[in-house]
Design a protein around this ligand. Sequence first.
Ligand SMILES: *Cc1c(COP(=O)(O)O)cnc(C)c1O
Length: 241
Amino acid sequence: MLTSMSVDARSAELADNLARVRGSIATACTKAGRRSDEVSLIVVTKTRPPSDVRLLAGLGVTDIGENRDQEISGKFAACGDLALRWHFIGQLQTNKCASVVRYAQVIHSVDRSRLVAAIDKAVLDEQQVAPVTCLVQVNLDGTDDLGRGGIQPSQAPALAAEIAARDGLVLGGVMGVAPLVGDPREAFDQLVQVSAAIRQDHSAASMVSAGMGSDFAAAIGAGATHVRIGTAVLGHRRPLR
Ligand SMILES: *Cc1c(COP(=O)(O)O)cnc(C)c1O
């Protein structure tokens, strides 16, 4: 257990880090000729204890990103009193959908028809669950051999149409992760092109979730509306206690 002293110290550390990250987002927006309020910060709290989520909420964070169902359901139970939007950003198996729709308002990693069907069924099976916003995860690696998830860009509009046709789902837009090598800006430009193609038929699907700690300035330059940042706010990841 953390003592109250260390909670204060941790809160101050998170406040400093948040201020720095928000400043960097504002700078990237200015450079891109965009307003800061066009870009939302999702703080990725994977591997961090629920106490960090609580401190972040106290510091004005509204959006939390997580990537493993097992870990989130416990954290959500511990933080259910906080007014937070929970974003599921990791690869998702169909057998986890029933659990994920109980806490996640947004799922960023929708990359196949079977998953669309499973999330929709989970929402409709569960009473009192509002439609879940789904983003089409687009593979920006130029190959699907790497196992990092995402549908090929050419197939993304068809998957978007499947999401839009489901009663339990709302098509939010697209999500992408830059390749491990190469220029992230080129990858994010490609993601924004896919977004534009999807918006021709679905004008409200304006979310572009792109950019992590190392490349969010490039993502904002390309047109990201949501950046997902973990380490720069929370420090280097330690095992969950
Ligand atoms: C972990 C993760 C992030 C955050 O990464 P950091 O480098 O810690 O900022 C963003 N997006 C996804 C999909 C992640 O899994």
